[in-house]
Design a protein around this ligand. Structure first.
Ligand SMILES: C[S@@+](CC[C@H](N)C(=O)[O-])C[C@H]1O[C@@H](n2cnc3c(N)ncnc32)[C@H](O)[C@@H]1O
Length: 211
């Protein structure tokens, strides 16, 4: 039987939903012809995050790459089930008023902290012990901070990295190569066990099994 990827997605999406009305508006914003925002992680990846947050009973979560807050608000909503908090880092100051307003409208301002700086410098000053880290930013950054993110993760914690199938998808070299290198490095890292899922533009899941 032939696999119809789009039909499968339609079927899966039929079961998934938006746990906060603000997310419905943000999805529209992402699907609009607005040019200054990058793609969000998508509905299926957001719900994969829910499962990972529950499996890790996440209390401390770190996100690299906030954009206008789509994935942050999903995470913030799901963290109501574990009592956890999210720290999200966004380098682009133009997004900050919008992120702040969206998080406030979603009723999540007490559980999401937004840091407006370059994640490459912020991660060096964060205390370790994260249960889950979502990596969804500039592609060369993945390689720059990968080692530090593993240090920041507790044993049993998970790194969820987005866009990691750029290479087989035929994305431009400057995007595909760092993603391919990222996958190669995590699969070589003795502290991690990994897999790659064909959700959205690819999700690499890495669980830390030792220090
Ligand atoms: C793909 S978007 C994030 C989408 C978001 N995770 C979502 O699903 O709604 C990537 C974001 O990472 C931000 N970014 C890029 N480089 C960064 C860096 N060095 N530190 C922090 N944020 C960065 C960009 O400004 C952009 O808003």
């Amino acid at each position: 039987m032939k696999i119809d990827y789009l039909k499968n997605c339609e079927y899966i999406d039929g079961f998934l939903g938006y746990p906060n009305d603000v997310l419905v508006e943000l999805e529209k914003e992402h699907k609009s012809d607005r040019v200054n925002i990058q793609p969000n992680i998508g509905l299926q990846a957001a719900h994969l995050l829910k499962i990972m947050l529950l499996l890790t009973n996440a209390k401390r979560v770190l996100e690299i790459g906030t954009c206008i807050g789509y994935s942050s608000i999903f995470i913030g909503e799901f963290l109501k089930m574990t009592g956890g908090k999210l720290t999200t880092i966004e380098i682009d100051k133009r997004f900050i008023p919008e992120i702040t307003a969206n998080i406030k409208a979603a009723g999540l301002k007490d559980s999401i902290e937004v840091i407006n700086q370059d994640a490459a410098t912020v991660v060096d000053n964060l205390p370790p012990g994260y249960d889950l880290i979502l990596l969804d930013a500039n592609k060369p950054l993945y390689l720059k901070i990968r080692e530090r993110l593993v240090d920041l993760l507790r044993v049993g914690g998970v790194i969820v990295a987005d866009d990691t199938l750029f290479k087989p998808m035929g994305a431009k070299e400057r995007l595909a190569d760092p993603m391919d290198k990222y996958n190669t490095l995590v699969f070589k890292d003795k502290r991690l066990q990994n897999t790659i899922l064909p959700i959205g533009d690819g999700i690499t899941l890495s669980i830390k099994t030792s220090e």
